[in-house]
Ligand binder design. Structure first.
Ligand SMILES: Cc1cc2nc3c(=O)[nH]c(=O)nc-3n(C[C@H](O)[C@H](O)[C@H](O)COP(=O)(O)OP(=O)(O)OC[C@H]3O[C@@H](n4cnc5c(N)ncnc54)[C@H](O)[C@@H]3O)c2cc1C
Length: 397
């Protein structure tokens, strides 16, 4: 092949697709290489929420919540068929960790960060409405709040963002694995790739001015395959699992405290069925091996039985995804990952003129903001083309 690109992006999850869209819309030539298919990694295994992240207020991540709420509103406009407003029901019980007044304060702050727009408002459901809540356990119930966030099809959203990138000068290669990169004498990257799946993978090289590592849970491994690259920051892979039940429990999303460890659990409508998630388990083996354990399945199913005692549902599907979070030495306690930063870590090899930009972690919801930051950094290396299109104006379908 031996083609030259302004930028090569490794990984076609939401972050890789977002960066491809932002860079291609600025007029750069872009190649995206994806070892499987678009969105087949974490970006099809999330809780599928486009949200500010009410629970991140507890750990003081106000700026993440504020920008995510802004993105939620924008994505609802840009992708009305993919990002839909949903009512969230937040019941509060007597023995729960968070008390009604704390949730009231949290929801008030959430509304303020959402600029008190109609979608940011919440209400307390009167007691007379409680019995109509999908068979929700009434015993010990102290209060029920209702607020709004949004739900998406994460895979379809990632594919739509990639399609949008491809309307510009962006080439996508699926089943194409990044193998190694090293710098040429002219300062450009020489990138070696394998085209899969074939009995004998076909090796070929391409070159670029700027390399972007958006390999999600594989980003640390990819970083090690880039000769001369700075090491990744200390990271932890944290597995999150979901189960799918064979019935439609509700049209709203229930936001509940797990009766086992008081973590947040969502019970969500999903394609005529119900999705329950997620867990948080430290994952120390290869990113390829992501399967829910029996413990995780039981943990999720028990939450459904605890809050909806009459629900007789069967599990018809189950899967896991891997969060990339900053590593801490303290992994003890009931909720060891709850306070960790959920924002993307964007690391460049050279702040003035980056040749390598690596992304670690982050939220599906904030992909466009991350991509814009990456695109701004890229201008320092690639120059300004003068024909930039703002991704905030690009419809997604
Ligand atoms: C359980 C769970 C629930 C979540 N829920 C939400 C939520 O509700 N809302 C929200 O906003 N965020 C949520 N998130 C976060 C969000 O899903 C992730 O941050 C996001 O999907 C990560 O996208 P990514 O592009 O970084 O990674 P990925 O989607 O994993 O993409 C990385 C891609 O790189 C490819 N790749 C890896 N190595 C190579 C290589 N050598 N060559 C070529 N390609 C390679 C992989 O195949 C993969 O497709 C959740 C995360 C988890 C785990």
């Amino acid at each position: 092949m031996n083609k030259h690109f302004d930028a090569i992006i490794i990984g076609a999850g939401i972050q890789g697709a977002g960066c491809a869209q932002a860079l291609a819309a600025r007029g750069y030539s872009v190649l995206v290489v994806e070892k499987a298919t678009v969105g087949s990694g974490t970006s099809s295994r999330s809780s599928k929420l486009i949200h500010g992240g009410l629970r991140y207020l507890e750990s003081g991540q106000f700026s993440l919540v504020k920008k995510s709420l802004r993105e939620r509103a924008l994505l609802q406009q840009l992708a009305p068929t993919l990002v839909k407003k949903k009512a969230f029901i937040l019941p509060v019980y007597r023995k729960q960790r968070l008390k009604p007044w704390q949730l009231y304060m949290g929801l008030s702050l959430y509304a303020l960060l959402g600029k008190l727009k109609p979608d940011a408002r919440f209400r307390k459901l009167p007691n007379r409405e409680w019995p109509a809540l999908s068979g929700l356990k009434q015993q010990g119930l102290l209060a029920v709040y209702q607020y709004y966030d949004a739900q998406t099809d994460d895979l379809a959203l990632t594919q739509a963002v990639m399609r949008s990138a491809q309307t510009f000068n962006c080439e996508l290669r699926e089943h194409c694995e990044f193998n190694q990169a090293s710098k040429n004498a002219d300062g450009n990257w020489q990138v070696s790739l394998f085209q899969l799946p074939q009995e004998t993978p076909q090796a070929f090289t391409v070159s670029c001015k700027l390399l972007i590592n958006a390999a999600g849970p594989w980003a640390e491994l990819v970083q090690q395959q880039i000769i001369g690259a700075p090491s990744a920051p200390p990271l932890a892979l944290v597995k999150g699992s979901h189960i799918e039940l064979d019935l439609a429990l509700s049209d709203s999303i229930y936001y509940l405290e797990s009766p086992i460890d008081q973590r947040a659990i969502f019970i969500m409508p999903w394609q005529g069925h119900t999705l329950v998630g997620s867990t948080e388990k430290l994952h120390s083996s290869s990113p390829e091996s992501q399967q829910p354990s029996l413990d995780e399945i039981e943990y999720l199913y028990q939450s459904v039985q605890h809050y909806f005692p009459d629900c007789k549902a069967n599990i018809i599907n189950q899967w896991s995804g891997l969060r990339v979070l900053p590593n801490h030495t303290n992994t003890t306690g009931k909720r060891p990952f709850s306070g960790r930063q959920r924002d993307t870590i964007i690391a460049a090899d050279d702040a003035k003129s980056p040749q390598l930009i690596s992304l670690y972690g982050g939220k599906l919801t904030a992909y466009r903001i991350t991509a814009n930051e990456v695109a701004k950094m890229s201008e320092r290396r690639l120059g300004v083309t003068g024909k930039a299109v703002d991704t905030a104006t690009l419809a997604l379908d």
